[in-house]
Design a binder for this molecule. Structure first.
Ligand code: SF4
Ligand code: SF4
Length: 340
């Protein structure tokens, strides 16, 4: 257990092929939430992180070699970024700087030493943006290749603590998802039953982005944005997948205030395997006969069509006009008779 006073959980963070955005996301929460103090208070000790540790060069490589050889125990291995297996499975598209060895070799060795292995972000979980297009770098996730089990470590991998790779998916991932996963591990409160079918922690993956969205009144009436900057719901025309994407982005605001949608952009379902290849421009909704292809999860098509027709026929003028403006142009009416 990693609670205060007990042996700390030693955390090692590696960056494989990615933009570093998940680390930036975590650091973005530092000033508001004091992430590293929170981790320390929960008994998690940072052994090394390439962006925040003083150690670099030979010193960092020596530490990694000690972990790989079993001389330095490690409890939690966080890997950020996709694993590049190319060319031809050699991994030599990405050598760990100064070591002359492919990153995938390091990751295999270090994952074999850690009690828990976390894939930080969708690249590490499923391949993500790195695996888009022809995937010439042979990018994959730690334990998945898009939605197919396998990846770098293989479908049967279990860390020493008994869990498969924990996929803290998101592009970038939410700082709260990382911290809550780590704190749950420190409390001994995260088991295999707490992961969904894609090994994402259920505490955030069993929500939909649609839950708590500030545009829900527009959604109810199918009062849709026609262009970027319109206030209306982004599903019908602007590519929003919030009704299908598993995450709590609108319940657990980013940095206490925002989300993609609150910033005016559609949810592109970045927590899902294969999100990088939607088969259409991200900010457009593909349709057949005027009906969006990607319907809300759990909703049969016929119901959606019937509900949409009914909703549109009953849309209040205020909701319709506001949905097509970049600021509210009609305020809610005042109710004069308060007895009802
Ligand atoms: S913008 Fe997206 S998440 Fe928000 S209400 Fe519309 S469909 Fe739901
Ligand atoms: S709103 Fe959608 S695209 Fe944005 S971070 Fe959440 S899951 Fe990803």
């Amino acid at each position: 257990m990693g609670t205060s006073g007990a042996t700390p959980l030693r955390l090692l963070w590696l960056q494989a092929s990615g933009c570093g955005g998940c680390t930036q996301s975590l650091l973005g929460a530092e000033s508001r939430a004091g992430v590293f103090a929170q981790l320390a208070a929960s008994g998690i000790e940072l052994l090394f992180h390439p962006a925040v540790s003083e150690a670099s060069g030979d010193e960092a490589l020596a530490l990694l070699a000690d972990v790989a050889a079993g001389r330095q125990p490690v409890d939690i291995l966080c890997v950020e970024g996709a694993l590049l297996r190319g060319p031809n499975g050699s991994g030599r598209f990405h050598l760990l700087s100064g070591s002359g060895r492919p990153m995938i070799e390091w990751v295999r060795e270090l994952a074999g030493r850690a009690r828990h292995v976390l894939a930080i972000g969708t690249c590490t979980a499923f391949g993500g943006i790195n695996a888009a297009g022809d995937n010439v770098t042979e990018a994959c996730g730690l334990q998945f290749d898009a939605d197919a089990p396998g990846g770098l470590l293989g479908a049967g991998f279990r860390a020493a603590g008994g869990l498969p790779v924990i996929n803290v998916a998101g592009c970038p991932t939410h700082p709260g998802w990382i911290v809550d996963t780590l704190l749950s591990l420190a409390a001994g409160a995260l088991g295999e039953a707490d992961l969904d079918a894609w090994q994402r922690p259920r505490f955030y993956a069993e929500q939909l982005v649609h839950h708590g969205c500030s545009k829900n009144e527009f959604y109810e009436f199918k009062a849709s944005a026609q262009k970027l900057s319109d206030l209306g719901c982004l599903m019908e025309n602007m590519g929003c997948k919030g009704t299908q994407a598993h995450a709590d982005c609108n319940l657990r605001a980013w940095n206490g205030v925002g989300s993609c949608i609150r910033g005016g952009f559609a949810c592109i379902a970045c927590t899902e395997p294969g999100f990088e290849e939607p088969g259409h421009p991200f900010m457009e909704t593909p349709k057949v006969a005027g009906i969006p292809i990607g319907l809300p999860i759990d909703m049969p098509k016929a119901w959606f069509v019937a509900l949409a027709a009914l909703s549109k026929s009953a849309t209040p003028k205020r909701v319709r006009e506001n949905s097509r403006a970049d600021h509210p142009v009609i305020a809610p009416a005042l109710r004069k008779d308060r007895r009802g």
